[in-house]
Write a protein that binds this ligand. Structure first.
Ligand code: ADP
Ligand code: MG
Ligand code: ZN
Length: 604
């Protein structure tokens, strides 16, 4: 969908441009209009010059007299003098036989004067005014002259340029949307059987999974008018405007039916109405009410289908979700392994890839990445290839790109003292050995102690062979043990604690809490739900739903799990102390080692 991006140039940009033009005119154009090398003299000198006979031409103007003299060699000079009340002048000139005239200089003709002093500035001011008014309008998101008109843009097939082929994976979502497209193509097929098409479909899923992309693809496939508007565009400066926009949008849509209306980020207007702030939500509520009314106001037979996308479905007003409105919910989840590979393939088509590139390996390394992140990985890889002066993207470019997207860029300039480097190396090897010595744990893929811009001083990358949808209690516990492995190594070798384990602590605690409160993996609480997830797609924040008494018991339980895991890690490292030393020394030397190198040393 080619939406034209307004080049957001600040106002002073235009002022500077205008100033430059004026300066250029002053410097180059105006001087040409004015005679150069003019010497100013007094009237007496003028008279003496006339008597000496050197003056050849005299031009009498309104307030001044210009004259040209020529010396013996014929070199001419131009003079200018003020005009005096001299009735004798004409006689004098006549006597001296000098050519003279009363001229109004051409370059200062009244017409030109008028244009320069009046028309020209007006044109410039009008121009600046227009530019300002335009940018103002854009900032206010609409035409100031047509209050309440929705600025939903109509997109038709040719303009979006996206089809379902551009959306990799997400087969279920595509299937659900294909049905809608099909209905818009031949509604009679559905009418004959008596099926009623859903009025609206709501695309829900985490950010970057391709919800907006899917809607664009629907537009590309549907070959019907496509109205697209973002929820935030309804939120207006003036009270009542949002509702007016909704009304206008649906009026337009019904005129153009069959068509599709797409409301992106619908949570901006569709939030629950129950949080009674002090009048502050009135505007949004009005907009939402209007939307609900409009959705009720037409029946599906007219052929208007409403699509909406959100990544916070739990915050939507229940009224929006009831049958007859957005009754169809299309989940757009994070891609699984094959989905990731497919997305990498789609975006890989746009760059030159090495022939024997293994996108499956990249997909395995980027578990949990969204479609947007995968697209970014391909692009980062291409950027790296350019930086290295290569003509195509290699496997190592993509591997580095995964790390860039996951952990940020390498911080080559970071100063790490030898002592710190040693601690970091033992820390990472600690993670790796604990991971490797446990069953039910993903194999180590890479260990590095090159700092990253994300703040990570080093990390151990584990990549599982396939992808599991289920996590067993043992796996969860082993994960925690692996997280504690870094600190365990520091304790064993240096007898101190460093701040390097802060992220490990956070992760370990998260998993342990989840085991207790949500996964029912603790004996004491059995299958009791202790937390609800408040926004599933954005970070998954959870809130406790139990008594304070239980909450403190949960804390105890979580602590005991972490303690047990930590102990396990220490024991594993104690049993492999020489390997810990050997591998750490090796890592300090190399800074980055592969999983194969690691396993080779560990198992010999
Ligand atoms: P959302 O609206 O869900 O936050 P977008 O649709 O804006 O995400 O996706 C952002 C970008 O990520 C897309 O423009 C596309 O390049 C890429 N992307 C996301 N999902 C996919 C997918 N399934 N197939 C191909 N590209 C994808
Ligand atoms: Mg989006
Ligand atoms: Zn660590």
């Amino acid at each position: 969908m080619k939406e034209q991006k307004n080049p957001k140039k600040p106002i002073y940009y235009y002022y500077i441009a205008a100033l430059m033009i004026v300066m250029l005119l002053n410097a180059f154009v105006f001087p040409l209009l004015v005679k150069q090398n003019v010497t100013q003299v007094d009237y007496g000198t003028f008279l003496t010059q006339i008597e000496s006979g050197k003056v050849k031409v005299v031009e009498i103007e309104e307030n001044q007299i210009g004259f040209i003299t020529a010396d013996e060699e014929g070199k001419e000079k131009i003079y200018i003098t003020g005009r005096m009340d001299d009735p004798e002048l004409v006689n004098r000139l006549h006597k001296a036989n000098i050519q003279f005239s009363k001229v109004i200089p051409r370059q200062n003709s009244p017409l030109m004067n008028f244009i320069l002093t009046w028309i020209f500035p007006i044109v410039i001011f009008y121009g600046i005014g227009q530019i300002l008014a335009n940018s103002m309008q854009k900032r206010m998101g609409g035409n100031a002259m047509t209050f309440g008109k929705s600025n939903a843009k109509v997109y038709v097939e040719a303009q979006t340029g996206k089809t379902f082929a551009d959306v990799a994976g997400q087969d279920e979502a595509k299937e659900a949307l294909t049905e809608i497209v099909d209905f818009l193509h031949n509604p009679n097929k559905y009418k004959e059987i008596g099926a009623i098409m859903p009025k609206g479909a709501l695309l829900v899923g985490p950010p970057g999974t391709g919800k907006t992309l899917l809607a664009k693809a629907v537009a590309g496939e549907a070959k019907v008018p496509f109205f697209s508007i973002s929820g935030s565009e309804f939120v207006e400066m003036f009270v009542g405007m949002g509702a007016a926009r909704v009304r206008d949008l649906f009026k337009q849509a019904q005129q153009k039916a069959p068509c599709i209306v797409f409301i992106d980020e619908i949570d901006t207007i569709g939030k629950k109405r129950d949080n009674g702030g002090i009048g502050g939500n009135d505007e949004r509520e009005q907009t939402l009410n209007q939307l609900l009314t409009e959705m009720d106001g037409f029946n599906g037979e007219k052929g208007v289908v409403i699509l909406a996308a959100t990544n916070r479905p739990e915050s939507l007003d229940k009224a929006l979700l009831r049958p007859g409105r957005f009754d169809r919910r299309v989940p757009v989840e994070l891609p699984d392994l094959s989905g990731r590979e497919a997305i990498l393939k789609v975006h890989g088509k746009n760059v030159k890839l090495d022939q024997d590139i293994d996108l499956n390996a990249i997909a395995r390394a980027s578990s949990g990445a969204s479609g947007a992140e995968l697209a970014n990985i391909i692009n980062e890889g291409a950027l790296r290839a350019v930086k290295c002066d290569r003509k195509y993207v290699t496997q190592s470019d993509l591997e580095e790109a995964v790390e860039v997207v996951v952990a940020g860029y390498q911080r080559k300039g970071a100063v790490v003292s030898p002592k710190e480097k040693q601690i970091i190396a033992y820390h990472e090897i600690g993670h790796a050995i604990v991971a490797a010595k446990q069953t039910e744990s993903a194999p180590v893929h890479k260990i590095t102690i090159i700092p990253r811009t994300s703040g990570a001083l080093g990390y151990t990358m584990q990549i599982s062979e396939g992808e599991n949808v289920l996590m067993t209690k043992e796996e969860a516990f082993n994960k925690i043990a692996t997280y504690t492995g870094g600190r365990a190594a520091e304790e064993l070798i240096f007898g101190t604690y460093t701040s390097g384990a802060s992220n490990d602590i956070e992760q370990a605690t998260k998993i342990a809490r989840m085991m207790v409160t949500r996964l029912g993996m603790s004996k004491n609480f059995d299958m009791m739900a202790l937390e609800t997830v408040s926004n599933q797609y954005l970070g998954g924040d959870a809130s406790l739903i139990c008594s304070p008494d239980t909450a403190s018991k949960i804390d105890e339980e979580v602590l005991s799990i972490i303690k047990k895991a930590h102990e396990k890690a220490i024991n594993i490292l104690k049993d492999n102390l020489d390997k810990l030393h050997e591998l750490s020394r090796y890592l300090i030397e190399r800074e980055t080692i592969t999983g194969d190198e690691f396993m080779e040393i560990l198992s010999r």
